[in-house]
Structures are given as structure tokens and as C-alpha cells.
Design a protein around this ligand. Structure first.
Ligand SMILES: Nc1ncnc2c1ncn2[C@@H]1O[C@H](COP(=O)(O)OP(=O)(O)O)[C@@H](O)[C@H]1O
Ligand SMILES: [Mg+2]
Length: 225
């Protein structure tokens, strides 16, 4: 269970998140929509513990993000997977190595890493042979699939994708959204931010609209014109 209680983030005197109250249940697929500058990424950064709230609380499964000690934060980060618009793949590493990297840092055994990476590639619909390529040798959609495989490889309960289709053409973007939908059907909670109304209308899932740091609507199967 994810809970925001009067979450406020200020930069200077500007409230970028303005008393956000929000509950997300395990297994939900939640889209956060809103114009550029609305506060979507700030909400994501606060949720992953990369930006500290100015006031209020975000808690995940009873743990308060701002109160976690280093060990709890490390554990929390392993329970979530994060995907960004710009993929954030390491250019000097192959697709396989990019996906394997976090597991290596955690000290997994080589044969376990190999199996987990191949499983993750399979889940995102990339042939095992993609493992040998470098990021500059694959398309944008394939890069985002690789980034999603990296987010999934350690078996998280929550995937947070911040504008994952922002750099992709509409058809490729839709493929990525369908992949997130499939991942959600496997029981993983998904939080997606986007400013693309067509994608959330396709999904027919819960849509939270934010504007100027505030939640302006929260609908079960929202359609946005
Ligand atoms: N580090 C920062 N310092 C100052 N202002 C910031 C910072 N990060 C974001 N902002 C401002 O906060 C607002 C919301 O940004 P952001 O969360 O990135 O919006 P979105 O992801 O919805 O486009 C914007 O007005 C942006 O300029
Ligand atoms: Mg953003």
C-alpha cells in the first residue's frame, strides 16, 4: 500500500507538490496524467526517495520514505523498479550487462544472474541475442524494453515509469504501454506518468490528473478528451 498524506514539495516558495493525498493498493495500475510542469516527475522522485518532501508523508507498506535509514532505503529500492523517458542505459555495457548490473552489485551468483536476465529479456519480448548488443545498436523501443527488463530483473512489487513513451513514436509507445499492462497482469503494481491522453484512454484504468502540483481528478476508468 502506497500512501501520500498532505505531501508537499517546495522549490523556493513554489509548491510543486501541493498537499497531495493519495492511496494506491497493491496490484493497481495507476496513470498520473497532467501537462508538462504539473509535478509528475517530482511525485515520482519523492516516491523513490530521490527528492525529500518539504512536509507531509509518503509511506510504502508502512515505511515512511523520509524516515528510512540507509538499510531500509536499500531494501526499499530493491522492491521497486524505475523506468525513465530517456532509458538511462549505460552506453559502454551490453544489453545483458545493463540488466545484470544491479544483480552483480547485490552479489548474485553468475548462473543465477544469467537465468534472471534471460527471463527478464523474455518477459519484455526481446530475443536473447539482443543481450550482446550495445544500446546504440538497438531502437528506442528496444532500449525502453531493455530498461523495463532491468527494472524487473530483481522481482519488484512495484514498477514506476516516468513518461516511458515520451521519446517514442505512437505505435512503439503503445507497445510499451501494452507491456506494462502485461506486467501489471502478473501482479506487479504499476505507476505510469504520461501527458498522452490517448494512452490512458487505451488503458481504461485509474487515472489521476494533476495540475500545478494538485490532484484535480481521480477516476476509476477515466476518459480524457
Ligand atoms: N530541482 C528543481 N528546482 C526547481 N524547480 C524544479 C526542480 N525540479 C522541478 N522543478 C519545477 O517543478 C515543476 C514540476 O516539474 P516536474 O515534476 O518535472 O513536472 P512534470 O514531470 O509534470 O513535467 C516545474 O515547474 C519545474 O520547473
Ligand atoms: Mg516529468
Amino acid at each position: 500500500m502506497i500512501e501520500f498524506k498532505k505531501a508537499v514539495k517546495k522549490y523556493g516558495t513554489t509548491k510543486v507538490l501541493d498537499e497531495i493525498d493519495l492511496n494506491i493498493k497493491p496490484g493497481e495500475f495507476v496513470s498520473v496524467i497532467g501537462p508538462s510542469g504539473a509535478g509528475k516527475s517530482t511525485l515520482v522522485y519523492a516516491l523513490i526517495g530521490a527528492e525529500k518532501l518539504s512536509s507531509g508523508v509518503i509511506s510504502v507498506d508502512g515505511f515512511r520514505i523520509n524516515r528510512m535509514n540507509q538499510k531500509e532505503m536499500q531494501y526499499y529500492r530493491r522492491r521497486i523498479g524505475v523506468v525513465f523517458q530517456d532509458y538511462r542505459l549505460l552506453p559502454q555495457k551490453t544489453v545483458f550487462e545493463n540488466i545484470a548490473f544491479a544483480l552483480e552489485v547485490c552479489g548474485y551468483r553468475e548462473e543465477d544472474i544469467r537465468k534472471l536476465v534471460l527471463d527478464a529479456l523474455h518477459t519484455v519480448g526481446l530475443n536473447a541475442s539482443f543481450g550482446k548488443r550495445f544500446p546504440h545498436q538497438i531502437s528506442g523501443g528496444e532500449k525502453q524494453r531493455c530498461a523495463i527488463a532491468r527494472a524487473l530483473v530483481h522481482g519488484p512489487g512495484l514498477i514506476i515509469a516516468d513518461e516511458p513513451t515520451g521519446n517514442l513514436d505512437p505505435d512503439t509507445g503503445l507497445e510499451i504501454i501494452k507491456l506494462l499492462e502485461k506486467i501489471n497482469q502478473d501482479g506487479i503494481t504499476v505507476i505510469l506518468t504520461t501527458h498522452n491522453k490517448d494512452l490512458v484512454n487505451f488503458l481504461k484504468k485509474r487515472v489521476i490528473k494533476i495540475d500545478d502540483g494538485k490532484i484535480v481528478s481521480d477516476k476509476g476508468e477515466g476518459r480524457y478528451e
